[in-house]
Design a protein around this ligand. Structure first.
Ligand code: CS2
Ligand code: MG
Length: 403
């Protein structure tokens, strides 16, 4: 089966998405997600200018060889732009292969390892009371696992408190907006948040929290320790992870489970974190970590150390990524949880899909392929609109900080 054409479709049904569509001489097509929040056009250009010319004429069934060609052949290996582009090709080719077999993608990976994929939703609010109410609302929606993020007294804007209720879009301006930050205010506030939430919801739900890269290792250790009474499912991105060794300091002080990796793009970013059991969940997902082909390698490596998957699934990852990830989640033996930040109705209309949500669990559906498509005519109605993620500054002196 030869690849005859490939096109990049950039659209913005409420937020920007980049989709790769691959066509073959047997009439089968496949689509992949290439969305990188705030750098969408970089990946679109990487695909159009540097990848697609190399795809034409290749055998669409040779997923692994094409992956190796795009990874090693680039010479300049790794990085979010390169690996998102490779991921888009990979997801599209797995879509084609599964369609050619007439099977849902998870069957090609090894079949279902569970009856459904447990997902977590995002409850957020401006203060503890509002956030607690949202957590209870998510429980009523059927979620068994709920992330809680709230505003912090004395801070103007904080990660995770968004414009949406069921979805959250942080890329909120044509140029990066500036948020303010105070570690002290955050560390004082967060244990109070979880004391209130756990008191309100009881012990039958998993609670999660995203620190979003903002603490030093010892500060993260302090937070993890202070949250132990509330039994979190995980504390995410507790500290920037370029220095994987930093997590050892956190590990020495707290038993709160640690999750990291949504911004990782290859196994090398998490090799030591996993092999030295410094984390409990790996957050890498199909769109930013080289597609199904590479994410399987990360998951199998993680399984050797009892590290489980917890794929990223924010609103800014397209339904194509969600669909492919759910097939992966249904198969992967060391599954942990799948993030499910819903998309807007206009996004769902552009990306019709077979996956579904039911009482806290999702299923990718039984459609051949990954079960997600793109309505190109509708996508054309939503042209790209530049939008950047915010930056963060220390409130007391303006120092640029992790957002
Ligand atoms: C967050 C994301 O979902 C998460 O865990 O870290 O909302 C993240 O901020 C966005 O994906 C960035 O584009
Ligand atoms: Mg996160």
């Amino acid at each position: 089966m030869k690849i005859t054409n490939a096109r990049v479709i950039v659209c913005s049904p409420g937020r920007n998405f980049v989709t790769l569509k691959i066509e073959t001489d047997e009439g089968l097509t496949g689509i992949g997600d290439a969305t990188l929040n705030g750098r969408e056009l970089s990946v679109a250009s990487y695909l159009t200018d540097h990848v697609i010319p190399c795809l034409i004429g290749r055998d669409a069934h040779q997923i692994e060889d094409i992956w190796q060609f795009l990874y090693k052949g680039a010479y300049w290996r790794r990085g979010p732009v390169t690996m998102s582009a490779i991921a888009a090709v990979d997801i599209a080719l797995w879509d084609i292969k599964a369609k050619a077999a007439g099977l849902p993608l998870y069957q090609l990976l090894g079949g279902a390892s569970r009856t459904g994929v447990m997902v977590y939703g995002h409850a957020n609010g401006r203060d503890i009371a509002e956030t607690t109410d949202e957590v209870l609302r998510y429980a009523e929606l059927g979620y068994k696992a709920i992330r809680a993020q709230s505003g912090v007294p004395g801070l103007d804007k904080v990660y995770g408190v968004g414009r949406g209720r069921l979805f959250y879009e942080p890329a909120d301006a044509d140029l990066p907006s500036e948020h303010d930050w105070s570690t002290e205010k955050y560390l004082d506030h967060t244990p109070k948040l979880f004391d209130a939430v756990r008191s309100a919801i009881g012990w039958d739900h998993h609670l999660l929290h995203d620190v979003h890269h903002r603490l030093t290792p010892i500060e993260a250790a302090r937070l993890g320790k202070s949250l132990e009474p509330y039994r979190l499912f995980w504390m995410e991105d507790a500290t920037p992870a370029e220095n994987q060794e930093a997590f050892r300091l956190i590990r020495q002080h707290t038993v709160t489970p640690l999750a990291v990796g949504e911004i990782f793009n290859t196994i090398w970013d998490c090799k030591d974190l996993i092999s030295q059991q410094l984390i409990d969940y790996i957050r890498a997902t199909v769109v930013h970590a080289g597609g199904i082909t590479h994410l399987r390698r990360i998951a199998d490596f993680a399984a050797m150390y009892q590290v489980r998957t917890g794929c990223h699934g924010a609103t800014d990852l397209s339904p194509v990524c969600m669909g492919a990830a759910l097939h992966f989640d249904l198969w992967v033996p060391n599954f942990g949880v799948q993030e499910y930040m819903r998309h807007t109705d206009e996004t769902d209309a552009v990306f019709p899909h077979a996956y579904s949500f039911d009482r806290g669990f999702m299923h990718p559906g039984e459609a051949p392929g990954h079960g997600v498509d793109i309505d190109e005519a509708m996508a054309a109605r939503y042209p790209y609109q530049r939008a950047y993620l915010p930056v963060n500054r220390q409130q007391h002196d303006g120092t640029l900080w992790s957002w």
